[in-house]
Every structure is written in C-alpha cells, then in structure tokens.
Design a protein around this ligand. Structure first.
Ligand SMILES: *[C@@H]1O[C@H](CO)[C@@H](O)[C@H](O)[C@H]1NC(C)=O
Length: 242
C-alpha cells in the first residue's frame, strides 16, 4: 500500500518535471554562460511553442489571432481570423541576459512563415493606392526578429524565485522575398489588383517595413503570454544558476 502510494507520487512528480522541462535538457545553465543559455533556449522554444498540456500552455504553431489592426498614417488594415504557421521552426541566437535579471535580448530567426486569413485594407501601400477585402495569404522566407525585453523577478508560492517578462520591443526584418496574395482587391478588378501584387512582391522589403509591426507585436504578445505562463510554473533555479 505504502509502496504503491510512494511509487504513484514518484511517477507523478517526475511526470510533471519531464513535461515542464524540455526533453534533452540536463543541468541548469550558469547565468553568465551565454552559449549554454542559447542552447537551452533552442531546446525550450519548440517544446514551448508546441504547447505543454500539463501546464495548460496552448500551442502557438499554428497561432490563431482573431484581429490585428494596423493604422499607419497612410494605410489602415485589419486582419481577421488569421492563422500563422511556422513558429516552432524559429531559432534563437544572440540571447543575452544580465546578472540582475532585468534585461533580456535575443534574435528570433524564422525560416518560413505562412499566414492566412481575411483582410480589410484601405490607403496607400508605399506608393500605390490600395483597397479591398477578402481572403489573403502571405508567405515569407527567412524572417529576422530582434527582441528586447525588461524582466522582473518575484517570489512564487513555494518561495522560489520566478521570472516575468514585463514588456518587449521588436525590430523585424524579412531577409528573403515575401509573397502576397490578396483576393478581391479593388472589388476584383484584375488590372489594379495585378499592379498592386506585382509592386508588393517586387518591393517586399519596403512593404514589410510599412505593414509588419502591428502584426508582429500582436504575435509577440501571445508568445510573451505563454512564456510568462511557463516561467510562473518553472522556478528560475531549475533553469539557471544565478
Ligand atoms: C471570424 O470567425 C468568426 C467565428 O468563426 C466569425 O463569426 C466571423 O464572421 C469571422 N470574421 C470574418 C471577418 O469573417
């Protein structure tokens, strides 16, 4: 009886441990050991982005976002019911963390992102007037996202220290061509629609510069939410030696 109970508790606790710490993770990293922390981040990221059921962390790949509003002086757009695929393939590099645990910066490099949904757009795309609503699909090659965050630490229920991401700033840059496919631009007038598509596909860097920020801020908000949920469950001492 006691043995069974002990065994059950043992299995439960190791079960919880193995699901919150990613498979392949061995020992906590020293906070000054950047290469260890970068390695850990790349083990954690696909584990976290796929979702962790035991911690009630939903998957962000695919990521569903019901509404993104972009209001950039000359252009207004809304993306409804969007699905973005590809985040679990992103890699972390240049992750830096200060000893006081107040600042975090890293680059997220995503090889291939696909977004589909419903759009509503009006204004000027760089130079060209643009207007319409309907289904859309955007595809990217390599996307570079530089993230800077402020952190704070708090004491959790068990008196252990937990980290929390307070905010973030992004610098996003596509490094390979983007493809835009917006159905029903200008109410389906083919010539006007073809002109805009040709312009956008040829000038993807400029177009990305104009439209990407509201979208990536909405995405990163969700990523920070799940990261904080993870950090609330996993005390810092399990992943870092401070
Ligand atoms: C988004 O999805 C919801 C729920 O399925 C639906 O009610 C709504 O009409 C959709 N939005 C658009 C713009 O189609």
């Amino acid at each position: 009886m006691f043995i069974t109970l002990f065994f059950t508790i043992f299995c439960l606790s190791t079960g919880i441990l193995s699901s919150s710490l990613p498979p392949g993770f061995t020992l906590p990293c020293d906070i000054s050991d950047e290469s260890c922390i970068n390695k850990f981040a790349n083990i954690l990221l696909p584990h976290l982005f796929t979702g962790i059921q035991d911690l009630e962390i939903p998957s962000v790949d695919p990521l569903y976002i019901d509404k993104v509003i972009g209001d950039i002086s000359i252009l207004k757009y809304t993306f409804y019911n969007s699905t973005i695929v590809g985040f679990k393939k992103c890699k972390v590099s240049n992750l830096k963390l200060d000893k006081e645990f107040t600042k975090l910066s890293y680059d997220l490099i995503c090889p291939h992102l696909i977004m589909t949904g419903i759009y509503d757009i009006t204004g000027r795309l760089v130079l060209l007037p643009v207007e319409g609503n309907g289904d859309f699909k955007m595809t990217s090659g390599k996307y570079f996202i530089h993230v800077e965050s402020e952190l704070k630490t708090t004491k959790g229920k068990t008196d252990k220290i937990h980290a929390h991401i307070k905010n973030f700033k992004l610098k996003c840059e596509p490094q390979e061509p983007l493809y835009f496919d917006f159905k029903n631009l200008f109410n389906g007038q083919k010539d006007l629609s073809d002109t805009v598509h040709k312009f956008a596909n040829e000038n993807w860097q400029e177009v990305a510069n104009q439209v990407q920020d509201p979208l990536f801020y909405a995405i990163m908000k969700r990523i920070v939410t799940i990261s904080n949920k993870y950090l609330k469950h996993v005390p810092l001492e399990d992943i870092l030696r401070m």
